[in-house]
Design a protein around this ligand. Structure first.
Ligand SMILES: C[S@@+](CC[C@H](N)C(=O)[O-])C[C@H]1O[C@@H](n2cnc3c(N)ncnc32)[C@H](O)[C@@H]1O
Length: 266
């Protein structure tokens, strides 16, 4: 096994150990019950990862398709969906693949808008995700978009402190931790960039470092809303911080999470 395989396998395993929250999934399931009368929906989840969201959707009786570019994440999803006839998954890069068509609901969740893997213009990639989601929907279908919308991104992203967000041992006995060395946020371009590395030790005691550099674009509310509009999607409901309360325009200081339920124009 090469180091790249070991590292990606470790990360997918540890990601699942830490990122196992269900509040957003419950929120989506409730919304589907309320807005779609509990009827089974044909749902696409783009960038479904290990299936944290798409699996419960299928378990609730929906007809689900998920895809992701990360084979290690996706493998976890395949294992969990074994024996279920109402869910399929496949491997694809969201930016270059065709997402299909005629879905009742497309899910872009898990803060995906700020976690896109791309070498190209990040804001453009964010807009492409919204465009592709819209074209995968049937007229009258809905986009569920759930992402971090921060009042003051600099406070959140400008930090030169060392920190570790994941640490632990995977099912192959590889142990390690992620080490972030900080990031900076440019308020003009709204690009945030940082460096980190993973410190890993395999089960036979071999230690190595995987260096990482990353960047992301932090969109404004107005930007996201204009992308939705341009894609032919009208916001029917928005929710601030998973509360039964619309996202204010402009957002206020207490806003940290935006959930949007938008309808594809007929
Ligand atoms: C933060 S995780 C969210 C996973 C899952 N939706 C969840 O909420 O647990 C982001 C996922 O997006 C996937 N991803 C990022 N960019 C992608 C792209 N261009 N094409 C396909 N998948 C992508 C990653 O592989 C990763 O599994």
């Amino acid at each position: 096994m090469n180091r790249d395989f070991i590292a990606k396998h470790w990360y997918a395993d540890i990601y699942e150990q830490f990122e196992n929250q269900t509040d957003d999934v419950e929120f989506l399931l409730n919304l589907l019950r309320q807005r779609k009368n509990g009827a089974p929906q044909k749902i696409l989840e783009a960038a479904c990862g290990g299936g944290r969201i798409c699996l419960p959707l299928a378990k609730a009786g929906h007809i689900v398709t998920g895809f992701d570019a990360d084979a290690h994440m996706l493998l976890r999803c395949y294992r969990k969906m074994k024996g279920m006839s109402n869910i399929v998954c496949y491997s694809a890069d969201a930016l270059t693949s065709d997402w299909g068509s005629d879905f009742d609901v497309v899910v872009l969740a898990g803060n995906l808008l700020l976690n896109i893997e791309t070498d190209t213009d990040y804001a453009k990639a964010q807009q492409i995700f919204i465009r592709k989601a819209a074209s995968a929907l049937k007229p009258g279908g809905h986009l569920f978009l759930d992402f971090d919308l921060l009042f003051d991104p600099a406070r959140f992203f400008s930090s030169l402190r060392e920190s570790s967000y994941f640490s632990g041992t995977d099912d192959m006995g590889t142990s390690g931790r992620t080490v972030s060395c900080g990031s900076v946020y440019d308020p003009v371009t709204r690009i945030c960039a940082g460096t980190n590395h993973w410190e890993l030790t395999t089960n036979n005691g071999e230690s190595f470092i995987i260096p990482k550099v990353w960047h992301k674009h932090i969109p404004t509310q107005a930007q996201v809303y204009s992308w939705l509009d341009e894609a032919g999607l009208s916001i029917e409901r928005s929710f601030k911080n998973y509360l039964d309360e619309p996202i204010p325009e402009p957002i206020d200081e207490s806003t940290f999470r935006a959930t949007v339920w938008a309808k594809k124009n007929t």
